[in-house]
Design a protein around this ligand. Structure first.
Ligand code: FE2
Length: 332
C-alpha cells in the first residue's frame, strides 16, 4: 500500500533511519528536521499521515500537533507520535491533542510499519465513507427538490396564468439571498419554500384563480387563506428548515398590514421577508388574468417606494443591485 508520509525528527540520524525504513516499503516520504518546517510542509501539501517526534527544540511535537489540528487543511491528517517519552501522561497528552497513536522509541521496525499501515487504511476507509455519505445526501437532496417542484407544478396547472411563478420566484429569492451572502444552508431552505409557497392555492376554486377582472371581497378572502392552507399542508413534513412557517408568512408585511396575522419586524422570518419581495417582483412583472404584465421597472419601483415600510430595506437593496447593477433577469 503506497502512501504519502511526513516524517519529523530533530535528530538527523533518527530521521534518516525512519525515512529509509518507510521508503523501503514503497512509501513516498518527506522529512522535516524541526517543528516549523514540519508545519510548513504539512500545510502546503498535506500528507496522508505524519510521524512526529515529541522532544524538539523551539517547537515541540505537541505544539506542532496542536497547530496542525487547528488548520482546516491538516485537521484530518492522522498523526502518530514517535518518541522516547514513555510516561502514560505524555501518551495521554498526545491523544488529547488529537494524535491517533503513540510509538515509543526505540521502536520495532515491524510494529511501526504495521501501525502506519493500519492508520492509513482507517483514514482511507473513513474518507471513502464520508464521500459516500455526501454523494447519497446530494442525491436525496436533488430528488426531494425534484419531487417538491413536481407537486408545485401540479398546483400551477390549475392556474395557467401563473404557471412558473413559484419557480421564477424561487430563482429570484435565492439570488437575493446569495447577494446578501446568507449561508448556503439557509438559501437551500428558502429555495425549497419558494418553490411551493403558493401550494395553498390548491384549495381555491379554479374559476377564482383564473377570473379576469377584479375579485370581490368574498373571493379575495378565499385567496387570502392560501398561506394558512399551505402551512397546514406542509407543517407535518419534517424538513430541516422552517418551510411551512416561511410559506405561512410570505404575505406578511413589516408594518402589520400583511396577512394572515399582521406580524411585524422580528416576528417575520428573514426568509419570508426575502420571499415576499421576490414574490411581488415576479408577480408584478408577469401577466395576470386581470391585467397585462406591468414590467420589471414597475415592480422595482413598487418595492423601492415601500422600502423599509412594507419590505425589509436590506432585501430591497439587494434585489435592486441584482437587477440594476448585476444584469439579473428573471428566468423564462
Ligand atoms: Fe402567495
Amino acid at each position: 500500500m503506497i502512501g504519502k508520509i511526513l516524517a519529523v525528527d530533530d535528530t538527523p540520524a533518527a530521521l534518516k533511519l525512519l525515512t529509509e525504513l518507510l521508503q523501503a516499503e514503497g512509501y513516498e516520504v518527506r522529512s522535516a528536521i524541526n517543528g516549523e518546517l514540519a508545519l510548513h510542509s504539512a500545510i502546503s501539501n498535506p500528507p496522508e499521515l505524519i510521524l512526529l517526534d515529541v522532544r524538539m527544540p523551539v517547537m515541540d511535537g505537541f505544539e506542532v500537533c496542536r497547530r496542525l489540528k487547528a488548520q482546516p487543511e491538516t485537521r484530518d491528517v492522522p498523526i502518530i507520535f514517535v518518541s522516547a517519552l514513555s510516561e502514560t501522561n505524555d501518551k495521554v497528552n498526545g491523544f488529547e491533542l488529537g494524535a491517533v497513536d503513540f510509538v515509543t522509541k526505540p521502536y520495532q521496525r515491524e510494529e511501526l510499519l504495521m501501525r502506519v499501515q493500519t492508520h492509513l487504511e482507517i483514514t482511507r476507509l473513513r474518507n471513502r465513507l464520508e464521500s459516500l455519505v455526501d454523494e447519497r445526501t446530494n442525491e436525496l437532496r436533488s430528488s426531494m427538490l425534484a419531487f417538491v417542484t413536481a407537486i408545485a407544478s401540479t398546483v400551477e396547472m390549475r392556474d395557467p396564468y401563473t404557471a412558473g411563478h413559484q419557480r421564477r420566484t424561487a430563482h429570484l429569492a435565492s439570488a437575493i439571498a446569495k447577494e446578501l451572502q446568507l449561508p448556503d444552508y439557509l438559501i437551500e431552505g428558502l429555495n425549497l419554500a419558494s418553490v411551493v409557497h403558493d401550494i395553498g392555492k390548491i384549495k381555491i376554486p379554479a374559476e377564482i384563480l383564473c377570473k379576469p377582472g377584479r375579485l370581490d371581497e368574498l373571493e379575495f378572502g378565499l385567496i387570502k387563506r392560501h398561506p394558512e392552507t399551505g402551512y397546514e399542508i406542509l407543517k407535518s413534513i419534517d424538513f430541516p428548515w422552517p418551510i411551512a412557517k416561511i410559506v405561512l408568512q410570505h404575505h406578511e408585511r413589516l408594518d402589520h398590514s400583511g396577512y394572515p396575522y399582521g406580524l411585524t419586524g422580528d416576528e417575520i422570518l428573514f426568509e419570508a421577508k426575502i420571499l415576499s419581495v421576490a414574490d411581488v417582483v415576479e408577480a408584478m412583472s408577469s401577466h395576470r388574468p386581470y391585467r397585462a404584465g406591468l414590467g420589471v421597472e414597475a415592480a422595482l419601483n413598487e418595492i423601492m417606494r415601500h422600502r423599509g415600510v412594507l419590505y425589509d430595506a436590506s432585501v430591497v437593496d439587494a434585489c435592486l443591485i441584482l437587477f440594476k447593477e448585476k444584469g439579473y433577469n428573471l428566468p423564462t
